[in-house]
Design a protein. Structure first.
Length: 412
């Protein structure tokens, strides 16, 4: 597979709700046994409202209850904190394996998202909540099971999807009406060798929730979720690397666009759409003002006060670098398949109340959090270039630039 295609698939698989669960990649799930109702329909999506429903104001005296499917990864804890701050009684449903020590003061129900495993969803049977936020759904069959079970007992189902659902990322400014990705066999439950099924599966998950609860689903499609507590180190790589100083390999061009959303901003807005009972489809991508790769690196430099120097290395060179493919997280080449990956319209979410903090604040808080981690964790970052690999690439870039160019050679 060409490295450009591999980079595209890694971007789409990494964006959005993979970070919500607190893992760098969704588990490779095995396909279920064939049988009636075992997979999503091959037919068209049942309902995809083009505009969100008008918000409704809940009774101020009513008790507010929220169920979170997951809740202990990355996005989940921020949602819990935001909901508690607004007076919600929160219940978590998960397997009890990821950070079980969190939130000792709230109710925790244990089970499995997959109804075919162990007790499955039995702990949710007969219970009711005002709303459910699903930030751990990757397989349509599994989302279908939870949505159908909860449909009689919750008013609203908020599903955390991903910008990766879109079939194409080449047209700047596309909104929620853009076509979503499909897959030849929608009953397949594996992500694929290069995670090529991630986006189509997320789209099918959205459709499964909507089919179970027509008109009561909020589909939230985030881009890269970033900020303190991010276990993937994708965004974190840049503040940490710039803080270290010296010559920094900066990918592409300074004006390449970047879209991110601080996990705390996303969490606050999710509680807002629950309170207003806002439904529909929303791209959740920030920040508030257009951001570029150069602007992000400048923010990192300002936050750390470092003397880092940025050497911009062309996307064409990085497409086929010497040695193994490079890991330059968050950034995407502003050309080809990823031309508009960081240029998705989020105007609908803004009108529904989504607000963004300054990028400088996200960078500063992320770097401060990183420095609280144990030395052994800091010594093993989960994304980005090692110092040795970065130095190797910078040397190769300088050597290539110094060579006489032949006709058809890669442009700088």
């Amino acid at each position: 597979m060409p490295s450009s295609r591999r980079h595209f698939l890694s971007l789409t698989a990494a964006a959005g709700s993979m970070a919500a669960l607190g893992c760098s990649a969704p588990a490779r799930l095995s396909a279920p046994a064939a049988g009636p109702g075992s997979g999503p329909s091959r037919g068209p999506e049942p309902t995809q409202p083009s505009t969100p429903q008008a918000p409704q104001s809940p009774s101020p005296s009513a008790k507010k209850t929220l169920l979170v499917l997951g809740g202990t990864g990355f996005l989940g804890p921020s949602v819990v904190e935001a909901a508690k701050a607004r007076g919600y009684t929160v219940t978590l449903f998960n397997r009890g394996k990821t950070r079980p020590h969190l939130f000792p003061d709230i109710e925790k129900l244990h089970g499995d998202r997959d109804p075919a495993k162990g007790d499955g969803l039995k702990a949710l049977a007969g219970r009711s909540w005002d709303a459910v936020i699903d930030n751990s759904g990757y397989v349509p069959r599994i989302v279908k099971a939870s949505a159908e079970l909860l449909a009689p007992n919750v008013r609203q189902y908020v599903f955390i999807s991903s910008l990766s659902v879109y079939a194409s990322h080449t047209t700047p400014g596309e909104d929620e009406t853009a076509p979503v990705a499909t897959m030849p066999d929608p009953t397949v439950e594996t992500m694929g060798k290069e995670f090529e099924n991630y986006g189509p599966l997320k789209a099918l998950c959205e459709q499964a929730a909507e089919a179970a609860m027509p008109g009561r689903v909020t589909r939230v499609r985030p881009g890269f979720i970033v900020g303190p507590e991010d276990p993937t180190d994708r965004f974190t790589y840049w503040p940490v690397r710039v803080d270290r100083g010296g010559e920094v390999l900066a990918p592409g061009a300074a004006l390449d666009p970047i879209q991110i959303i601080d996990v705390r901003d996303l969490a606050e807005w999710l509680v807002t759409v629950v309170e207003s009972r806002t439904t529909g489809i929303f791209n959740a991508a920030g920040p508030g003002e257009p951001l570029t790769m150069g602007g992000l690196l400048d923010a990192c430099k300002a936050a750390s006060g470092s003397s880092a120097r940025f050497t911009w290395v062309s996307a064409k060179f990085l497409e086929k670098p010497p040695g193994e493919p490079v890991d330059l997280p968050i950034w995407a080449p502003a050309e080809g398949e990823t031309r508009a990956f960081h240029l998705r319209s989020a105007e609908r979410a803004r009108k529904a109340g989504l607000k963004f903090r300054a990028v400088q604040d996200t960078v500063k808080d992320t770097l401060s959090w990183w420095k609280t981690l144990p030395p052994e964790r800091q010594s093993r970052p989960r994304a980005g270039l090692s110092p040795e690999r970065e130095a190797e690439l910078l040397g190769a870039w300088r050597a290539w630039r110094a060579q006489p160019k032949k006709t058809g050679a890669l442009p700088p």
